[in-house]
Each structure stands twice: as structure tokens, then as C-alpha cells.
Ligand binder design. Structure first.
Ligand SMILES: Nc1ncnc2c1ncn2[C@@H]1O[C@H](COP(=O)(O)OP(=O)(O)O)[C@@H](O)[C@H]1O
Ligand SMILES: [Mg+2]
Length: 369
């Protein structure tokens, strides 16, 4: 009998909780249903303010942990209802949780914290929940990130062509899948996080729809060159990052010095995302095919700039992961549904070649209803 898993993802953009119901075989995915619920504005504001607080007030963190647990459970219950599924038909839910801080670098003091109380999700839905996917890898000296490469490797790998998969969420990450069956990957740097932040400062909207505002600006080469001097871009993998490192504070002083028009800043920040992705691909020769997923795919101007930069580096045109059979919006939620399956079957999902951990590990902790 096929096993049904739920995947829940709320990424660093804190835009929405994306949920999928799916069944997996080694080579195929059957996507049974999807649901995306925007996070309420007060919750989004709280996530952003806690992520930027140092230190964090424990009561506030715990309250938000519970609130997110309830929201994740609500989305799950509605998804199950829409599919006519009962909780006992679901083998497990894989919930990534909401990252509040990702600071994996300091050995033994390193951590990555995701919240969204998994016990609440389990009790509310009546399903087993797998959560806390990053800590075992960090305990083994790894970054605990990015985690998606093992899913990309399983479902997007090819023995004929060399592929790169780029996920453009708040942060952009890349998975390199050469045809020789090896895999590597890392966080490239900012995806949408700076774009969303700058846009929000000028309009009361969550993002620059299709990048229309950015497309009215001019890219400022001097500002861009300065942004590109950030040491993160030169670091050798394994490496991972978060909005703590790439937030508007990161460019505040530079911005004051440049006195640019706001739309020129938006155009230049878009170029920063596009050019750093294109450079990552050009560094990883040889690549035959490039596929993109994540919300950044909906930013038409960003996609145009990515295409332009890839052409400049003589790289292949980016295509949507739909060409590989998975809608770009659901790749991450599917990853965590699949990781729940792997955890339940006690199979490893971490990739030391990506995270730098000492060895592979079975990722995720199980919470029973
Ligand atoms: N229509 C759109 N136009 C431009 N950008 C968009 C659009 N839809 C989504 N996005 C971008 O995608 C982001 C969400 O992408 P997502 O993959 O969910 O990121 P994360 O994993 O960080 O939550 C939004 O914050 C926004 O920046
Ligand atoms: Mg999201």
C-alpha cells in the first residue's frame, strides 16, 4: 500500500506555509495535493523581529513556537480535508519549521533554530510529525544546511547530463549534480531577502511583484561592485547563510554613501542575486542544464537578469523545475515530506559532501500524537 506523507515548509521569506501531500517511490513522486497559506502579518512581523533580536526573549520565542505550530496544523488539517484523507491514512508529516536563527559556523556553539511546535502539530492533526531536521548534522560538525540537495540528487539527478538546481527563496542555494553521480551544494547568498526588505520600506506590499519596480531602475555598477566584495561570496563551501547576514543592515552604510534612487537600489539588488547565481554556475564547470525553483522564479525581471548573466558566462538558459516534473513552488515542501519518509524508514538524508559533517545521519526527530 502506498504511504502518504505531508510536507510543510515556511522559508526565510516568512511569506507563507506551503503544504503538500505526496507518495514517493525511488524515482517517482505522486503529488496528491497542495495548499499555501499566507502567514498573518503580525506573525510575519514577529518572526522578523525575533530573527533580528540578539539576545532573544525566551517567552516571546516559545509563544511564537506555539502559534506557528497551530498555524502549521491548521493548514495540514485543511489540506487533508480537501483530499478526503483521515489522519490514520498519513504515515507522517515532515515539518521544516520556521528558521529563527541560523548560526552553524562556531564549532560546538553552532546552532540552527527552527520553530513551530511539532508536538502541537502532532496533537492537532493526529499524525506523527518529523521535525528538527538540522541538528544532527550540526552535532556532527556540519552546517545542517542546505538540506535540499539530497532530494535534488534523488529526483533531479541524471547519468547523461550535468545539472545545476538553484532554489531562489529568501536565500538562494545551489545543488550541483554532475552525471558521474556525485553531488555538492551550498548557499549562494541573498535570493529574495534584500529585494523584499527594500521593497517593503517603500511600499506596503510584501514583494516587488514580477520585479516590475526593479525593472524601472538602473543597475548601479559601483554599488554592485561594492556589494560583491562581501567575503561570504568568496568563502569556500561548505557554507550556509541566512537573513541575519544578508539583511538591509548589511547594506545600510553603503546605501547612505551612494544616494541612489530607490528603484536603482532595487535593480542593483536584483542584479546582485542574478550575478551571484550565474557566477556560482560558471565556477562549477561543466554544467549542461540549469533548473530553478522557489518564489524567485515568479520575479520576471530577476529571471531576465539571470538569463542575461548566464549568457554572458556562456552558460545554459535557466528552466523551471516543471521541466523535470515538479512545480517550482512545491520543491521544498516535497523535500520535507520525503525527508519524513526517509526518517520513518531510518534512512540517511544528510550529505556530508554538502554540509561538511563528519558522517551521514538519519535526520529529524519524531513526535507522536
Ligand atoms: N509574483 C512574484 N513576484 C516577485 N517575487 C515573488 C512573487 N511571488 C513570490 N515572490 C518571491 O518569492 C518569495 C517567497 O519564495 P519562497 O520560495 O517561498 O521563499 P522562502 O523559502 O524563503 O519562504 C517572496 O518573498 C517573494 O520575494
Ligand atoms: Mg516561502
Amino acid at each position: 500500500m502506498k504511504e502518504i506523507y505531508i510536507g510543510l515548509m515556511s522559508g526565510t521569506s516568512a511569506d507563507a506555509v506551503d503544504a503538500v501531500a505526496a507518495a514517493f517511490t525511488d524515482k517517482k513522486i505522486e503529488l496528491l495535493g497542495t495548499k499555501s497559506d499566507r502567514l498573518p502579518n503580525d506573525v510575519k512581523v514577529k518572526i522578523k523581529s525575533l530573527s533580528n533580536s540578539d539576545p532573544i526573549e525566551i517567552d516571546e520565542l516559545a509563544t511564537l513556537d506555539n502559534k506557528l505550530g497551530l498555524l502549521f496544523a491548521k493548514t495540514t488539517k485543511e489540506l487533508l480535508k480537501s483530499l478526503g484523507l483521515e489522519s490514520d491514512q498519513v504515515k507522517a508529516i515532515g515539518s521544516h519549521g520556521q528558521t529563527i536563527k541560523h548560526r552553524p559556523n562556531d564549532f560546538m556553539d553552532g546552532f540552527s533554530m527552527q520553530i513551530g511546535n511539532a508536538s502541537i502539530i502532532a496533537v492537532e492533526t493526529g499524525c506523527k510529525v518529523v521535525s528538527d531536521f538540522r541538528r544532527a548534522d550540526i552535532a556532527l560538525g556540519g552546517h545542517g544546511a542546505p538540506l535540499v540537495p539530497s532530494f535534488h540528487y534523488t529526483y533531479f539527478g541524471s547519468s547523461q547530463v550535468n545539472r545545476a538546481i538553484v532554489n531562489i527563496g529568501g536565500i538562494a542555494n545551489i545543488t550541483l549534480l554532475p552525471s558521474n553521480d556525485s553531488v555538492s551544494g551550498y548557499d549562494i547568498g541573498p535570493g529574495n531577502t534584500l529585494l523584499d526588505g527594500w521593497h517593503k520600506q517603500h511600499f506596503n506590499l510584501e514583494y516587488d511583484d514580477k520585479g516590475i519596480w526593479a525593472s524601472t531602475g538602473e543597475i548601479n555598477e559601483d554599488f554592485l561592485s561594492l556589494l560583491l566584495t562581501n567575503k561570504y561570496f568568496e568563502k569556500q563551501p561548505p557554507k550556509s547563510t541566512g537573513p541575519e547576514e544578508f539583511c538591509l543592515n548589511f547594506i545600510k552604510q553603503t546605501l547612505l554613501d551612494f544616494r541612489l534612487k530607490p528603484e536603482d537600489v532595487q535593480a542593483t539588488l536584483t542584479e546582485l542575486t542574478a550575478i551571484t547565481i550565474a557566477k556560482s554556475i560558471s565556477k562549477a564547470q561543466p554544467i549542461d542544464e540549469v533548473f530553478v525553483c522557489g518564489g524567485g522564479c515568479k520575479n520576471t525581471y530577476l529571471m531576465e537578469r539571470l538569463l542575461k548573466n548566464l549568457r554572458d558566462f556562456n552558460q545554459p538558459e535557466p528552466k523551471s523545475t516543471s521541466f523535470l516534473g515538479i512545480d517550482p513552488q512545491w520543491v521544498e515542501a516535497l523535500t520535507f515530506a520525503w525527508m519524513a519518509k526517509k526518517r520513518i524508514h531510518r534512512e540517511t538524508t544528510s550529505l556530508p559532501s554538502v554540509t561538511g559533517a563528519k558522517r551521514k545521519a538519519v535526520l529529524g526527530a519524531v513526535y507522536c500524537p
